[in-house]
Ligand binder design. Structure first.
Ligand code: ADP
Length: 154
């Protein structure tokens, strides 16, 4: 069975993330959308909130599972028997960063393969960090978020 893990912070989930997961469905038998918990990182939204959003957005799709994990992404993939990591690429800086990480994960994760999907043009400007800035600044982030997503008051 071809299982891919789509790891991220999803702080918050954007339409960019949703498109990558949807486009990956024909490639894999199962896609695990997994929130990585990094104790060094400060998040805008709680883990519970981010998991709830993922459930709302992907809950009806039988090939998608929602999860969270601590520690190395590669170890998590090995643990659940996932042979593939799924990542999106928006631009050259994503590429430079992701290239190194995927080479490391291939070794640490015992032949774990990273599959990259190039962002569609309509989504390549969207990032969670820009969305957080818009939200913090009191702007309307809804053009970048799944239609059903409700943002709590900060
Ligand atoms: P991380 O904290 O690992 O960067 P993110 O939640 O920001 O996690 O992103 C998770 C994955 O989604 C990454 O592979 C990132 O490149 C991809 N991604 C985020 N936004 C987009 C987008 N607009 N188009 C394509 N891929 C995207």
């Amino acid at each position: 069975m071809k299982i891919a893990v789509f790891p991220g912070s999803f702080d918050p989930i954007t339409t960019g993330h949703v498109r990558i997961v949807k486009r990956a469905l024909p490639i894999f038998d199962k896609v695990v959308v997994a929130v990585g918990i990094n104790s060094q990182k400060k998040y805008l939204y709680t883990l519970e909130q981010r998991l709830n959003w993922l459930e709302e957005v992907f809950g009806d799709e039988p090939k998608i599972e929602i999860a969270s994990y601590e520690g190395l992404t590669a170890h998590y993939c090995n643990k659940i028997g996932a042979g593939f990591l799924l990542r999106g690429l928006r631009n050259a800086s994503d590429f430079d960063y992701e290239k190194t990480i995927s080479q490391l994960n291939n070794i640490v994760g015992k032949n774990l393969e990273t599959v990259f999907l190039i962002s569609e043009p309509a989504y390549s400007h969207i990032s969670s960090s820009i969305v957080r800035e818009i939200i913090r600044g009191g702007g309307d982030a809804s053009p970048f978020l799944p239609a059903t997503l409700k943002l709590p008051k900060l």
